[in-house]
Design a protein around this ligand. Sequence first.
Ligand SMILES: NC(=O)c1ccc[n+]([C@@H]2O[C@H](COP(=O)([O-])OP(=O)(O)OC[C@H]3O[C@@H](n4cnc5c(N)ncnc54)[C@H](OP(=O)(O)O)[C@@H]3O)[C@@H](O)[C@H]2O)c1
Length: 373
Amino acid sequence: MERVLSMFERADPFSTWWPTIAALLVGLVITVRTIMSGQRCPNDNQIKEQIVVVTGGNSGMGFEIAKALAARGGRIILACRNLTAGERAAAIIKRELGCRTPLDPNDSSSANPAERYFVEVRQLDLCSLSSVQQFAAQLMSEFERIDVLVNNAGMVFGNTQVPTGDGFEQHLQVNYLAPLLLTQLLLPHLERSEQGRIIFTSAHAHQAAKMDFDDPLNVGSWAVKFHARDAFAHSKLALVLATRWLAKELTGTTVTVNCCTPGLVRGTRHLRHSPLMSAFCVKVITYPWMWLFMKNAYEGAQTAIRLATDPQLKQVSGEYFNRQGGVHNGQDTATATATAAAARKLIYVPHAQSPGWGSLTGDLGSNVYLHLV
Ligand SMILES: NC(=O)c1ccc[n+]([C@@H]2O[C@H](COP(=O)([O-])OP(=O)(O)OC[C@H]3O[C@@H](n4cnc5c(N)ncnc54)[C@H](OP(=O)(O)O)[C@@H]3O)[C@@H](O)[C@H]2O)c1
């Protein structure tokens, strides 16, 4: 031990470049991490008693969004396809928030601080449009209004050749059609809120999307050859366009609609179906790079948290928020080419019957304005 101590005492850091190189490397890593982790939500505005629905709230960013909004006083409904996973997430959120809450000696109403947080779970499977209908009906019978709807649930790298039970391509339904249907169904309740907010989670990948504006749902002949990556990008572009159109439709109401991209986020289950990421050695090799260049789920959730809580965004609608949390200028190439008519077609969904789509004949139902044109 003494030998080691005397070695350090005698060491001259300026006799070699290594300490400087090491310090520069550490500085570089910290700078990259700081930049890549993005901005935090710039306010800590409370949303006391606001009723917030978070789809896919049992894991990843949905969990972080739900936890942050519960901590600000929101009444959270986790909409999950797996009730057990949802109940587990709700219990964790309540326990973690409860642990942070100091015990009030004068408050005899609740011995357990975790019970002060309202986090409940309801079943919602976006692969099933009837599940969406049931979920919306249940919610509307239980709650008098909804203040915030965070359409966070989504998937990537599903099998594009296996349609949902409703007959739609999986990415299209889970990422776009079902969230849009849910939004439409809950609109009357969102309109009862003093200021209803709808948030869609899109992705940077929307910029790489191909969309035939005569067939915006891409149910035409070439769509059956879709790679999952293309289907994902397409569904996220559809969200961006639909956000703009919905915002126009909602002009004059108290409801705003915006979409956001979280950036590249690690540590969630988003890539669970990725053929590449299922290989153990790839995970090991990529982990340091993912740690360096990608956000964690908490960091990825910040833009959606801001959209749900920022008082300065009360009047902002139809915008796309990028991963830095700011308003996008709307000039990216993919979305700039979209006309209002194309966006309209996306909302007033044409019947998914087309020669190339074979047996896929999705039907969204007709009691909302996702109807046939
Ligand atoms: N991670 C990224 O880098 C990234 C980048 C851009 C955009 N996004 C988007 O961010 C959102 C959140 O992703 P994440 O990274 O947090 O991934 P995640 O951990 O996989 O979370 C996705 C959530 O969606 C739920 N979900 C999936 N399919 C569903 C269905 N059919 N019905 C109901 N819920 C369903 C999942 O439920 P289960 O647990 O039951 O599967 C899960 O709770 C997604 O919309 C995703 O597309 C992520």
